[in-house]
Design a binder for this molecule. Sequence first.
Ligand code: ADP
Ligand code: MG
Length: 740
Amino acid sequence: MQRPTLTSPLRDAVGVKTADALAKGLDLETVGDLLHHYPRRYAERGEVSDLGALEIGEHVTVAAKIEKITVRPMRQKPRSKMLEVTVTDGRRSLQLTFFNQAWRERQLTIGRWGLFSGKVGQFRDKLQLNQPDYQLLAEPGELTDGEGSNALAEFANALIPVYPAAAKMPTWVIARAVRATLDILADVDDPMPEGIRRRKNLIGLSDALRAIHQPATRGELHQAKHRLKWDEAFGLQATLAMRRLAAAARPATARPLRSGGLLEAFDANLPFALTEGQERIGDEIADEISGEHPMHRLLQGEVGSGKTVVAVRAMLQVVDAGGQAALLAPTEVLASQHARSIRSLLGPMGQAGELGAAEVATKVTLLTGSLGAAGRRAALAEAADGSAGIVVGTHALLSEGVEFADLGLVVVDEQHRFGVEQRDALRAKGGEVPPHVLVMTATPIPRTVAMTVFGDLETSALTQLPSGRSPIATSVVPVAEKPAWLARAWQRVSEEVAAGHQAYVVCPRIGESIVDEEAEEDLEDEPPPEDDEKAKRPPLAVLDVAPKLAEGPLSDLRIGILHGKLPSDEKDAVMADFAARRLDVLVATTVIEVGVDVPNSTAMVILDADRFGVSQLHQLRGRVGRGSAAGVCLLVTDAPAGTKARERLDAVASTTDGFELAQLDLEQRREGDVLGVAQSGRRSRLKLLSLLHDLDVITDARTEATTLVAEDPELRAYPGLAAAVDALVDPDAADYLEKT
Ligand code: ADP
Ligand code: MG
């Protein structure tokens, strides 16, 4: 009989019955699927296993020693017996109960080690497993166990693989199947090129697969994991490299710099000098959009680092070259602010068709969902006939019927609010020839995420803030412990206003049960509430807080309200009033989170701050301290000291380094949420790679994969590798690349 290979169906290795069970229970179809189903952890006899970490309701497997056995008649049915077995890991104990199975007494003897698997329950304050599955471990020197199983060898190893538990599929059944498979597996052709294996110190695939399931030592296990993790990182990076290459090979219209145009005039009028980073990245972008292949660039930057100017300059270059540029913003507030500020930066150059327009001029058109029919018709016409050089808008830009005469550049602001579908929808408006794309994100991204989730884009980072910015001082106001501090916070707001500045007050909700849809995504981004928070009062709301402030601590001040449910002309009016200092305090939801730019505001009070995520708080406070006066941000919370929520707030208060906070956010969110489908996805093979811990592997794999793909774009010389890459990033899993 032929020995099975990685692509053979499982029944060739383990028989039909087991193969069916593995397919049904774990979705494993091939030998490769099974061998890439890695143990979750490795139990060691005598080592303290984590009996302390058990949670009620969880399905667990523990390695423990039998300590005590009691047989007692059951109260209701005196003729039935109950067997109570106490097992211990040396520190804690766990109760196992079996009904009417006194025969197990013969197997379960005091002092034996076993693996016990079941759902954790509780009985009289004690954790217990009811009717658990179990497998006793071989005594030293013993050849078979009481059940006469011949599968004991797997437990004779020092490290006992424990597979992710699934109902009806206890870990030892999987272990047995794996062992049977490894016993007859044909030699595995290692698809990873020899040179890479040598350079990166990788053991062979065959050895790695054996060792991850049956490690003799921790050292061997480590090498196996290193190798298999490499395969994941490499496969991912090879896919990304191929995508970048394919995208770059497409044609685009070159939009070279032109002298005497809008960009030059714009630069001449800029009230400040560009930062070194803005210059450098500006040149990079200018170069790329001058080329005949589409740019795909991610511009990430610290809050307030001045990304907008970089984008506007790129847009003007395109307009100078005869094309149009579209700027997609996540909220109406932000879209109209962008339109307003671009218009004011352009002055007469942005008033084409109007009285007093400059000789070289273009038109900045705003397109949002709330335009009236006539306004919409006019905006659509301007986009379609090309008279609008710059079209700024919200999702409305993506809708059918929006057409451009010659779309040369798409800018997506605050990418974290958009999916790639939207990026693509807008790109498709370019017609036959795809436009250049610049994606901006204000949330700094940890390097590992930039290289994976955003890995199909070239990236630039603006790390430096324009000079003359004052730092933002952030403090936590713990009202539970220091109720008086809240009064002090309002006093602080009054002082800022008295000094000629303005302030924001941010609440999680609009009204008690009114979620702000424009801000809704934020609430999803929120870290999950902690258990002790479940019974908490509803989050504070703009519509309640504003009148209370107006009657109470801020009664002397002019207070405005802003949230996503306001009609858009009211939103505009409120923002305009605030920008023109006709309002002192703006009570708002997180609609002000992104991009709102009123340099005169210096104070922000965030109520129920614990309801927001770390990156979000960082974003929010970026709204203050945009001018030359020092900013202050007060994080008001009634979360008690010592809770996770308070730790988060303390972290935000302790640093203004967005990259550091992004890393913290990554640590606090489950990584699966970041890599999305890839980690939870059906049969996806990104199992070992961690965005938190594997920066080195990801970086190295990116370098190697990029080089290899540059030499051989379709990996023709490496068919095995091409297949492995394909299998790693199957169409389902590939989706995650798009869900950013
Ligand atoms: P973000 O990167 O968060 O989107 P913005 O583009 O909104 O930041 O810029 C923040 C503020 O900094 C704006 O008021 C902008 O006009 C100003 N700004 C941008 N670049 C500079 C610079 N080089 N020097 C001084 N101010 C700048
Ligand atoms: Mg911005």
